[in-house]
Design a protein around this ligand. Structure first.
Ligand SMILES: Cc1cc2nc3c(=O)[nH]c(=O)nc-3n(C[C@H](O)[C@H](O)[C@H](O)COP(=O)(O)OP(=O)(O)OC[C@H]3O[C@@H](n4cnc5c(N)ncnc54)[C@H](O)[C@@H]3O)c2cc1C
Length: 536
C-alpha cells in the first residue's frame, strides 16, 4: 500500500483533512492538479466553530493576526444608512471566539498549508487524479504527474476534496442533484472610498438586489460581492470597470474605485450529493455540497466535514475501530448539507427575488427587521448559533446516545459540548474546559459524583477523564448550561457528545464503545473502558 489516505485536492477541505489525520498519527498523500496554492481570496468569513478547531490545531494566533474581527454590520437601503448592528461579541458566553473573523480563503489555506508542512507533509502540486478502481481492500488510483507521466498509487481510502466538479464524485457515479441559480455573481477585491463604514461589513440593499462590502487588509481595501445585471451576464470579456457605473448609480458618485486587484464572475449552484461515500471513497466540502454564498458557510462547512471524518478514519486505520464507524460520516454530514441548502436558498431568494413585494421587503423592511431583531438577546443567540455553526448537532446519529434522567434543556448526545469555564481542581482557578479537552481522544466529563482516576482507565490513551469538583462557582456555570446535579458526558474527539447520562456506572461507557466497535488498542477486541470499581 502506498498510502493509507489519498487526499485529492489541497483547497481548505483537503488541507484540513490532511492536518487532522497527521495530528492523529496517520500520514496521508495530498495532491492537487494546480501548480500551487490559490491566490484568490474567495471565502472571506471564518466562523466560531472553525476558530475552535483552529485553536486546537495551534493556528488561531496566526489567523487572528492576519484577519480582522467583524465588529458590526451596516445596513443600507436605497443608498441610506438604516442600521448599524453590532456583532463584535454576538456569541459572548457561547464560544471562546464569539465573533466572525474576516480572513480570506488564501490566508486560511496558507496557514493550514504551513502547519501541514511543519507536521512533515508537503502537498504534491501539479498532480492530478485521472482514474481509479476500487478493490475490496484498497483503491488503485492513476495520477498524472508534473512531467506529464503517470503513476499508479494504491491507497486504503480516497478522500475527494476536489471541489464542485469533483472527479472523485463523478468517477464514483455519485449524482449531484440540484440546479444552478439563474443569477451570475461577481466578486472583486478593490481599493475604494465611499460611504462604507470603515472596518465593518456594509450591506447595500437595492430594489434590484444587493451589494456586500467586506473590509479587507490594506488601506481602503474592500471585497465587493453582488449580482451581475442580466444584460452583462453573458459577456465573456467583462471587466470590473463595466460594472462601476451600475454600482455607483445605486451607491452614489462619492463611491470611487481606485483599483481592482481581482475580479471574477461565477454562476452558483445549489446541490448536495445523494451519497457522501462509495465504498472506499469519500467526498467532502464543495465536492459534496455547493450553495449560495449567503451566510458565508461554504468553506466553513467543508472544514467541518473534514473534522468529522478525520478522527473516524484515523481510528479505523489504526485498527482501533471497525470500518462501520465510517458510515456515520455520511449519516451526520449529509443532513447538515441538506439543511444548509434550504437555509441559504431561502436567504438568497430574499435578497434577489424580483417582484414588487420582494423589492419592498428588501428596501423598506429587511434592514429594520434585522436591526430590531438583533437587539433581542434570544434572537442574537439564535443567529450566532446558526451562522457560527456551533448549533450543528447530530442527535439522530447512531453515535448519539442519551440516557434517561438529564434535566430538560441540558445538553444531550449529538450536541456540541458547550463552552464551559470551571474550576477543574478543588479550590483552584477557573479554567477553560474547552482548552483542556484533547481533540485527539475521547473525554469523559463527570459532574456531581466520583469519577475514575486517570490511571484506573481500562485502555487509557483513547480516553481522558475530567472530574469536575463540587464548587458553588462550578454549580453556577453548569446551571447556565442547564446541567444540574449528577451528570456525565462522553465527548467525542470532534467535540460532540457521544453519550450523556446522569449516574456513571462501570459498564455504561464500556457498552457504548463496544456497541460502536471502538477498541482501546489495535485489534485487541477489548473496548475502551473504565475500571470504575476501586476507582475514585
Ligand atoms: C467568489 C467566492 C466567494 C466565496 N465566499 C465564501 C465565504 O465568504 N465563506 C465561505 O465559507 N465560502 C465561500 N465560498 C465558497 C468557498 O470558496 C468554497 O466552499 C471552498 O473553496 C471549498 O473548498 P474545497 O476545499 O472543498 O474545494 P476547492 O477550494 O474548490 O478545492 C478543490 C481543489 O481540488 C483540486 N482538484 C480538483 N480536481 C482534481 C484532480 N482531479 N486531481 C487533483 N486535484 C484536483 C483543485 O485544483 C482545487 O485546488 C466562496 C466561493 C467563491 C467562488
Amino acid at each position: 500500500m502506498d498510502t493509507d489516505v489519498l487526499i485529492v485536492g489541497a483547497g481548505p477541505t483537503g488541507l484540513m483533512l490532511a492536518n487532522q489525520l497527521m495530528r492523529r498519527g496517520v500520514r496521508p498523500m495530498i495532491i492537487d492538479r494546480h501548480s500551487g496554492p490559490a491566490q484568490q481570496s474567495r471565502a472571506m468569513a471564518v466562523h466560531a466553530r472553525t476558530m475552535e478547531i483552529y485553536s486546537k490545531m495551534g493556528i488561531m494566533d496566526q489567523a487572528l493576526e492576519l484577519g480582522a474581527r467583524g465588529t458590526a454590520a451596516n445596513m443600507w437601503a436605497n443608498g441610506k444608512h438604516t442600521a448599524r448592528i453590532p456583532i463584535g461579541d454576538i456569541g459572548k458566553s457561547m464560544s471562546p471566539f464569539p465573533f466572525v473573523l474576516m480572513l480570506g480563503q488564501d490566508d486560511n489555506e496558507r496557514i493550514m498549508g504551513e502547519k501541514l508542512r511543519q507536521l512533515g507533509v508537503e502537498v504534491q502540486w501539479n498532480t492530478e487524479l485521472t482514474a481509479f478502481e476500487q478493490r475490496p481492500k484498497h483503491v488503485d488510483a492513476t495520477l498524472k504527474l508534473p512531467d506529464g507521466g503517470t503513476r499508479k498509487v494504491s491507497a486504503a481510502w480516497v478522500a475527494g476534496c476536489d471541489g464542485g466538479r469533483s472527479p472523485v464524485r463523478e468517477l464514483s457515479g455519485i449524482t449531484f442533484p440540484g440546479a444552478p441559480y439563474e443569477h451570475v455573481f461577481f466578486v472583486a477585491d478593490t481599493v475604494a472610498t465611499g460611504s462604507m463604514k470603515p472596518g465593518e461589513l456594509n450591506v447595500y440593499l437595492w430594489k434590484d438586489g444587493f451589494h456586500l462590502f467586506f473590509p479587507m487588509r490594506g488601506k481602503d481595501g474592500w471585497r465587493v460581492i453582488g449580482i451581475l445585471p442580466m444584460e452583462l451576464g453573458n459577456k465573456p470579456d467583462l471587466t470590473f470597470d463595466a460594472l462601476v457605473p451600475e454600482i455607483q448609480r445605486e451607491a452614489g458618485t462619492d463611491l470611487v474605485f481606485k483599483g481592482c486587484n481581482w475580479f471574477s464572475t461565477y454562476r452558483i449552484h445549489h446541490r448536495a450529493a445523494e451519497r457522501f461515500r462509495d465504498r472506499r471513497c469519500f467526498i467532502l466540502g464543495d465536492a459534496a455540497h455547493v450553495h449560495s454564498p449567503m451566510g458565508a458557510q461554504g468553506m466553513n462547512t467543508g472544514l467541518q466535514d473534514a473534522y468529522n471524518l478525520a478522527w473516524k478514519l484515523a481510528l479505523v486505520i489504526k485498527g482501533r475501530a471497525d470500518a462501520g464507524l465510517l458510515d456515520t460520516y455520511e449519516q451526520e454530514r449529509l443532513p447538515v448539507a441538506q439543511r444548509l441548502l434550504g437555509t441559504t436558498d431561502r436567504a438568497f431568494q430574499m435578497v434577489v427575488k424580483d417582484n414588487w413585494l420582494a423589492r419592498l421587503f428588501r428596501t423598506r423592511i429587511l434592514a429594520r427587521v434585522a436591526a430590531r431583531a438583533m437587539t433581542i438577546p434570544r434572537a442574537r443567540k439564535v443567529a450566532f448559533r446558526t451562522i457560527s455553526q456551533i448549533g450543528i448537532r447530530y442527535r439522530e446519529s447512531p453515535l448519539s446516545q442519551t440516557l434517561a434522567g438529564l434535566p430538560k434543556g441540558a445538553p444531550v448526545a449529538g450536541d456540541r459540548f458547550p463552552w464551559l469555564q470551571l474550576k477543574l481542581t478543588a479550590g483552584g482557578p477557573v479554567e477553560d474546559l474547552f482548552q483542556k479537552l484533547d481533540d485527539t481522544r475521547f473525554s469523559l466529563v463527570v459532574m456531581g459524583q466520583p469519577a475514575p482516576a486517570e490511571g484506573a482507565l481500562g485502555h487509557g490513551d483513547l480516553l481522558r477523564v475530567h472530574a469536575i469538583p463540587d464548587d458553588p462557582a462550578n454549580a453556577g456555570e453548569l446551571a447556565g448550561a442547564q446541567i444540574t446535579g449528577r451528570a456525565f458526558y462522553l465527548v467525542r474527539p470532534d467535540g460532540y457528545i457521544g453519550l450523556a447520562g446522569t449516574r456513571l456506572d462501570a459498564g455504561v461507557v464500556e457498552r457504548y464503545f463496544a456497541e460502536h466497535h471502538v477498541r482501546g488498542s489495535a485489534g485487541s477486541g477489548k473496548p475502551v473502558g473504565l475500571a470504575l470499581r476501586g476507582a475514585a
